[in-house]
Design a protein around this ligand. Sequence first.
Ligand code: PBG
Length: 330
Amino acid sequence: MFPLQRNRRLRTNESIRSLVRETTLSPNDFMLPMFIAEGKDVKVAIPSMPGIYRHSLDNTIKEVKEAWALGIKAVNLYVKVSENLKDNKGVEAWNKDGLMQQAIRAIKDAVPEMIVMPDVALDPFSIYGHDGIIENGQIINDATVDALTRMSLSHADAGADFVAPSDMMDGRVLAIRKALEESGHHNVGIMSYSAKYASAFYGPFRDALDSAPVDSQNVPKDKKTYQMDYANRIEGLREALLDVEEGADIVMVKPGIAYLDIVREVKNAVHVPVAVYQVSGEYAMVKAAAERGWLDHDKIMIEQLYCIKRAGASIISTYFAKEAAVILNR
Ligand code: PBG
Protein backbone atom coordinates (compact mmCIF):
# COMPACT_ATOMS: atom_id res chain seq x y z
CA MET A 1 0.00 0.00 0.00
CA PHE A 2 1.06 3.59 -0.68
CA PRO A 3 -0.53 6.83 0.50
CA LEU A 4 -3.19 7.88 -2.05
CA GLN A 5 -2.60 11.49 -1.23
CA ARG A 6 1.04 12.53 -1.03
CA ASN A 7 0.55 16.13 0.07
CA ARG A 8 4.28 16.70 0.02
CA ARG A 9 4.19 16.74 -3.82
CA LEU A 10 2.75 20.24 -3.61
CA ARG A 11 5.60 21.30 -1.34
CA THR A 12 8.48 19.96 -3.46
CA ASN A 13 10.00 23.29 -4.48
CA GLU A 14 9.30 27.01 -4.34
CA SER A 15 7.75 27.06 -7.81
CA ILE A 16 5.00 24.61 -6.96
CA ARG A 17 4.60 26.14 -3.52
CA SER A 18 4.04 29.54 -5.06
CA LEU A 19 1.47 28.07 -7.47
CA VAL A 20 -0.66 26.63 -4.70
CA ARG A 21 -0.19 29.41 -2.14
CA GLU A 22 -3.60 30.41 -0.76
CA THR A 23 -2.73 33.82 0.65
CA THR A 24 -0.85 36.75 -0.83
CA LEU A 25 0.68 39.73 0.91
CA SER A 26 1.56 43.09 -0.59
CA PRO A 27 2.13 46.68 0.55
CA ASN A 28 -1.43 47.37 -0.67
CA ASP A 29 -2.64 45.45 2.35
CA PHE A 30 -1.03 47.79 4.85
CA MET A 31 -2.00 50.93 6.71
CA LEU A 32 0.75 52.80 8.51
CA PRO A 33 -0.07 54.15 11.99
CA MET A 34 1.67 57.47 12.60
CA PHE A 35 2.24 59.52 15.76
CA ILE A 36 2.19 63.27 15.22
CA ALA A 37 3.90 65.81 17.45
CA GLU A 38 3.57 69.57 17.81
CA GLY A 39 6.37 71.85 16.63
CA LYS A 40 8.85 71.88 13.75
CA ASP A 41 11.55 69.41 12.82
CA VAL A 42 10.65 67.23 15.79
CA LYS A 43 11.51 63.52 15.76
CA VAL A 44 11.14 61.85 19.13
CA ALA A 45 12.02 58.18 19.52
CA ILE A 46 9.57 55.99 21.46
CA PRO A 47 11.74 53.71 23.63
CA SER A 48 9.28 50.81 23.74
CA MET A 49 8.82 50.95 19.96
CA PRO A 50 12.28 50.94 18.34
CA GLY A 51 12.16 52.49 14.86
CA ILE A 52 8.93 54.41 15.51
CA TYR A 53 8.92 58.15 16.18
CA ARG A 54 6.62 61.01 16.97
CA HIS A 55 7.10 63.38 14.05
CA SER A 56 6.12 67.00 13.68
CA LEU A 57 4.05 67.83 10.59
CA ASP A 58 7.03 68.63 8.35
CA ASN A 59 8.66 65.27 9.07
CA THR A 60 5.29 63.52 8.90
CA ILE A 61 4.94 64.66 5.31
CA LYS A 62 8.36 63.17 4.45
CA GLU A 63 7.29 59.89 6.06
CA VAL A 64 4.02 59.85 4.17
CA LYS A 65 5.82 60.41 0.86
CA GLU A 66 8.20 57.58 1.67
CA ALA A 67 5.32 55.28 2.56
CA TRP A 68 3.51 56.16 -0.66
CA ALA A 69 6.66 55.43 -2.70
CA LEU A 70 6.77 51.98 -1.06
CA GLY A 71 3.20 51.22 -2.16
CA ILE A 72 1.39 51.94 1.11
CA LYS A 73 -2.02 53.47 0.43
CA ALA A 74 -3.34 54.46 3.84
CA VAL A 75 -2.22 56.06 7.09
CA ASN A 76 -3.82 56.03 10.55
CA LEU A 77 -3.13 59.22 12.46
CA TYR A 78 -2.69 59.73 16.21
CA VAL A 79 -1.68 63.02 17.78
CA LYS A 80 0.10 63.94 20.98
CA VAL A 81 -0.89 67.37 22.22
CA SER A 82 0.54 69.33 25.14
CA GLU A 83 -0.99 68.98 28.61
CA ASN A 84 -2.49 72.47 28.55
CA LEU A 85 -4.76 71.40 25.68
CA LYS A 86 -6.26 68.53 27.67
CA ASP A 87 -9.41 68.57 29.78
CA ASN A 88 -12.15 66.13 30.76
CA LYS A 89 -14.30 66.75 27.68
CA GLY A 90 -11.56 66.73 25.05
CA VAL A 91 -12.78 69.94 23.40
CA GLU A 92 -9.44 70.34 21.61
CA ALA A 93 -10.39 67.24 19.63
CA TRP A 94 -12.70 69.22 17.33
CA ASN A 95 -10.66 72.41 17.07
CA LYS A 96 -10.70 73.05 13.33
CA ASP A 97 -7.09 74.20 13.54
CA GLY A 98 -6.00 71.48 15.96
CA LEU A 99 -2.97 69.31 15.33
CA MET A 100 -4.99 66.47 13.81
CA GLN A 101 -6.95 68.76 11.52
CA GLN A 102 -3.71 70.41 10.36
CA ALA A 103 -2.15 67.01 9.77
CA ILE A 104 -5.08 65.81 7.67
CA ARG A 105 -4.94 68.94 5.50
CA ALA A 106 -1.16 68.79 5.12
CA ILE A 107 -1.11 65.11 4.14
CA LYS A 108 -4.00 65.40 1.66
CA ASP A 109 -2.25 68.42 0.19
CA ALA A 110 1.12 66.68 -0.16
CA VAL A 111 -0.07 63.21 -1.26
CA PRO A 112 -3.71 63.56 -2.33
CA GLU A 113 -4.14 59.88 -3.16
CA MET A 114 -3.05 58.66 0.27
CA ILE A 115 -6.11 57.47 2.23
CA VAL A 116 -6.10 59.39 5.50
CA MET A 117 -7.82 57.83 8.51
CA PRO A 118 -7.62 59.95 11.65
CA ASP A 119 -8.23 58.28 14.99
CA VAL A 120 -11.51 59.32 16.60
CA ALA A 121 -11.23 59.01 20.39
CA LEU A 122 -10.82 61.43 23.26
CA ASP A 123 -7.85 59.84 25.04
CA PRO A 124 -5.10 62.05 23.54
CA PHE A 125 -7.13 65.07 24.71
CA SER A 126 -8.30 63.73 28.08
CA ILE A 127 -6.56 64.70 31.31
CA TYR A 128 -7.50 61.21 32.47
CA GLY A 129 -6.23 59.34 29.41
CA HIS A 130 -9.73 57.96 28.87
CA ASP A 131 -11.68 57.57 25.64
CA GLY A 132 -14.74 59.07 27.26
CA ILE A 133 -15.94 61.96 29.37
CA ILE A 134 -15.99 61.23 33.11
CA GLU A 135 -18.74 62.12 35.54
CA ASN A 136 -18.77 60.83 39.12
CA GLY A 137 -16.15 58.25 38.32
CA GLN A 138 -18.08 56.85 35.34
CA ILE A 139 -17.37 57.08 31.62
CA ILE A 140 -20.58 58.57 30.26
CA ASN A 141 -21.59 57.17 26.91
CA ASP A 142 -23.95 59.54 25.13
CA ALA A 143 -22.17 62.80 25.90
CA THR A 144 -18.99 61.12 24.67
CA VAL A 145 -20.73 60.11 21.45
CA ASP A 146 -21.71 63.76 20.88
CA ALA A 147 -18.06 64.76 21.30
CA LEU A 148 -16.91 62.01 18.92
CA THR A 149 -19.45 63.17 16.36
CA ARG A 150 -18.14 66.74 16.45
CA MET A 151 -14.61 65.41 16.23
CA SER A 152 -15.49 63.28 13.18
CA LEU A 153 -17.11 66.21 11.42
CA SER A 154 -14.03 68.35 11.98
CA HIS A 155 -11.89 65.56 10.49
CA ALA A 156 -14.21 65.31 7.50
CA ASP A 157 -14.11 69.09 7.04
CA ALA A 158 -10.31 68.91 7.05
CA GLY A 159 -10.41 66.35 4.23
CA ALA A 160 -10.21 62.94 5.90
CA ASP A 161 -11.15 60.03 3.63
CA PHE A 162 -12.33 57.90 6.54
CA VAL A 163 -12.85 58.50 10.23
CA ALA A 164 -11.78 55.71 12.54
CA PRO A 165 -13.54 55.64 15.92
CA SER A 166 -11.42 53.62 18.38
CA ASP A 167 -13.32 54.51 21.57
CA MET A 168 -15.84 51.63 21.95
CA MET A 169 -18.76 53.81 23.06
CA ASP A 170 -22.20 52.42 22.16
CA GLY A 171 -24.00 53.93 19.20
CA ARG A 172 -21.15 56.06 17.93
CA VAL A 173 -21.04 54.64 14.40
CA LEU A 174 -24.71 55.46 13.81
CA ALA A 175 -24.35 58.95 15.27
CA ILE A 176 -21.24 59.68 13.20
CA ARG A 177 -22.79 58.29 9.98
CA LYS A 178 -25.90 60.40 10.49
CA ALA A 179 -23.87 63.56 11.11
CA LEU A 180 -21.66 62.92 8.08
CA GLU A 181 -24.70 62.43 5.83
CA GLU A 182 -26.49 65.51 7.17
CA SER A 183 -23.43 67.68 6.59
CA GLY A 184 -22.96 66.48 3.01
CA HIS A 185 -19.93 64.29 3.71
CA HIS A 186 -21.54 61.34 1.92
CA ASN A 187 -18.23 59.98 0.70
CA VAL A 188 -16.39 60.04 4.00
CA GLY A 189 -16.22 56.46 5.23
CA ILE A 190 -16.14 54.94 8.68
CA MET A 191 -13.61 52.34 9.71
CA SER A 192 -14.87 51.23 13.07
CA TYR A 193 -12.69 49.67 15.75
CA SER A 194 -15.46 47.15 16.34
CA ALA A 195 -14.00 44.29 18.34
CA LYS A 196 -11.47 46.17 20.42
CA TYR A 197 -10.33 44.29 23.48
CA ALA A 198 -9.09 45.73 26.79
CA SER A 199 -5.52 44.62 26.17
CA ALA A 200 -2.13 44.97 27.82
CA PHE A 201 -0.71 44.90 24.28
CA TYR A 202 -1.47 48.66 24.02
CA GLY A 203 1.21 49.58 26.58
CA PRO A 204 3.84 51.00 24.18
CA PHE A 205 1.18 53.05 22.34
CA ARG A 206 0.22 54.72 25.61
CA ASP A 207 3.92 55.52 26.12
CA ALA A 208 3.97 57.07 22.65
CA LEU A 209 1.03 59.37 23.35
CA ASP A 210 1.51 59.63 27.08
CA SER A 211 -2.13 58.55 27.34
CA ALA A 212 -2.18 55.78 29.96
CA PRO A 213 -5.43 55.99 31.96
CA VAL A 214 -4.62 57.54 35.32
CA ASP A 215 -5.04 55.96 38.69
CA SER A 216 -6.51 58.82 40.65
CA GLN A 217 -9.32 58.77 43.16
CA ASN A 218 -12.68 58.31 41.54
CA VAL A 219 -11.28 57.63 38.05
CA PRO A 220 -11.03 54.08 36.72
CA LYS A 221 -7.48 53.16 35.79
CA ASP A 222 -8.35 50.67 33.10
CA LYS A 223 -10.65 50.72 30.08
CA LYS A 224 -12.65 47.61 30.94
CA THR A 225 -16.03 49.35 31.07
CA TYR A 226 -15.81 50.07 27.36
CA GLN A 227 -13.14 47.90 25.74
CA MET A 228 -14.02 44.22 25.59
CA ASP A 229 -13.11 41.34 27.89
CA TYR A 230 -10.51 39.19 26.11
CA ALA A 231 -12.29 36.08 27.35
CA ASN A 232 -15.22 36.85 25.04
CA ARG A 233 -15.88 35.75 21.49
CA ILE A 234 -19.61 36.13 20.79
CA GLU A 235 -19.43 39.70 22.04
CA GLY A 236 -16.82 40.52 19.37
CA LEU A 237 -19.15 39.21 16.69
CA ARG A 238 -22.06 41.19 18.11
CA GLU A 239 -20.00 44.40 18.06
CA ALA A 240 -18.92 43.85 14.46
CA LEU A 241 -22.42 43.01 13.22
CA LEU A 242 -23.90 46.00 15.02
CA ASP A 243 -21.30 48.38 13.57
CA VAL A 244 -22.13 47.18 10.06
CA GLU A 245 -25.82 47.78 10.77
CA GLU A 246 -24.98 51.25 12.06
CA GLY A 247 -23.15 52.09 8.84
CA ALA A 248 -19.50 51.07 9.19
CA ASP A 249 -17.70 50.57 5.85
CA ILE A 250 -14.83 48.61 7.38
CA VAL A 251 -14.76 46.80 10.73
CA MET A 252 -11.62 46.24 12.71
CA VAL A 253 -10.43 43.62 15.16
CA LYS A 254 -7.73 44.63 17.61
CA PRO A 255 -5.16 43.39 18.73
CA GLY A 256 -4.02 41.03 15.97
CA ILE A 257 -1.96 37.91 16.53
CA ALA A 258 -3.57 36.76 19.78
CA TYR A 259 -7.08 37.43 18.39
CA LEU A 260 -7.01 35.70 15.00
CA ASP A 261 -9.89 33.40 15.98
CA ILE A 262 -12.04 36.52 16.31
CA VAL A 263 -10.75 37.82 12.97
CA ARG A 264 -11.83 34.63 11.20
CA GLU A 265 -15.25 34.59 12.81
CA VAL A 266 -15.88 38.24 12.05
CA LYS A 267 -14.70 37.68 8.48
CA ASN A 268 -17.21 34.85 8.10
CA ALA A 269 -20.03 36.88 9.63
CA VAL A 270 -19.83 40.25 7.86
CA HIS A 271 -19.78 41.27 4.21
CA VAL A 272 -17.58 44.33 4.58
CA PRO A 273 -13.77 44.37 4.60
CA VAL A 274 -12.16 43.38 7.88
CA ALA A 275 -9.14 45.28 9.14
CA VAL A 276 -6.77 44.05 11.81
CA TYR A 277 -4.58 46.23 13.99
CA GLN A 278 -1.28 44.59 14.81
CA VAL A 279 -0.76 46.78 17.87
CA SER A 280 2.19 48.39 19.59
CA GLY A 281 2.87 45.54 22.04
CA GLU A 282 2.98 42.99 19.24
CA TYR A 283 5.52 45.17 17.45
CA ALA A 284 7.55 45.65 20.64
CA MET A 285 7.72 41.90 21.32
CA VAL A 286 9.20 41.14 17.91
CA LYS A 287 11.69 44.01 18.17
CA ALA A 288 12.79 42.97 21.66
CA ALA A 289 13.27 39.30 20.81
CA ALA A 290 15.12 40.19 17.60
CA GLU A 291 17.40 42.61 19.46
CA ARG A 292 18.48 39.74 21.67
CA GLY A 293 19.05 37.53 18.67
CA TRP A 294 16.32 35.16 19.84
CA LEU A 295 14.11 35.49 16.75
CA ASP A 296 14.75 36.31 13.10
CA HIS A 297 13.13 39.74 12.83
CA ASP A 298 12.25 39.79 9.14
CA LYS A 299 11.00 36.22 9.02
CA ILE A 300 8.80 36.66 12.08
CA MET A 301 7.45 39.96 10.75
CA ILE A 302 6.46 38.51 7.38
CA GLU A 303 5.08 35.30 8.91
CA GLN A 304 2.85 37.22 11.32
CA LEU A 305 1.55 39.47 8.56
CA TYR A 306 0.73 36.45 6.38
CA CYS A 307 -1.04 34.78 9.29
CA ILE A 308 -3.16 37.87 9.91
CA LYS A 309 -4.08 37.92 6.23
CA ARG A 310 -4.84 34.18 6.23
CA ALA A 311 -7.15 34.64 9.22
CA GLY A 312 -9.32 36.95 7.12
CA ALA A 313 -7.88 40.46 7.20
CA SER A 314 -8.26 42.55 4.06
CA ILE A 315 -6.27 45.37 5.62
CA ILE A 316 -3.55 45.31 8.28
CA SER A 317 -2.68 48.36 10.30
CA THR A 318 0.92 47.72 11.29
CA TYR A 319 3.98 49.59 12.53
CA PHE A 320 5.95 47.19 10.31
CA ALA A 321 4.29 48.57 7.16
CA LYS A 322 7.38 50.26 5.72
CA GLU A 323 9.88 47.55 6.68
CA ALA A 324 7.62 44.82 5.36
CA ALA A 325 6.95 46.75 2.14
CA VAL A 326 10.69 47.02 1.48
CA ILE A 327 11.01 43.23 1.74
CA LEU A 328 7.89 42.50 -0.33
CA ASN A 329 9.00 44.92 -3.05
CA ARG A 330 12.34 43.11 -3.54
C1 PBG B 1 -7.07 54.71 22.01
C2 PBG B 1 -6.23 53.83 21.16
C3 PBG B 1 -5.32 52.89 21.65
C4 PBG B 1 -4.72 52.30 20.56
C5 PBG B 1 -5.26 52.87 19.41
N1 PBG B 1 -6.22 53.81 19.80
C6 PBG B 1 -4.92 52.61 23.05
C7 PBG B 1 -5.96 52.37 24.03
O1 PBG B 1 -7.07 51.96 23.74
O2 PBG B 1 -5.65 52.61 25.20
C8 PBG B 1 -3.65 51.25 20.68
C9 PBG B 1 -2.87 50.94 19.47
C10 PBG B 1 -1.58 50.23 19.73
O3 PBG B 1 -1.34 49.70 20.82
O4 PBG B 1 -0.78 50.18 18.80
N2 PBG B 1 -8.16 55.30 21.45
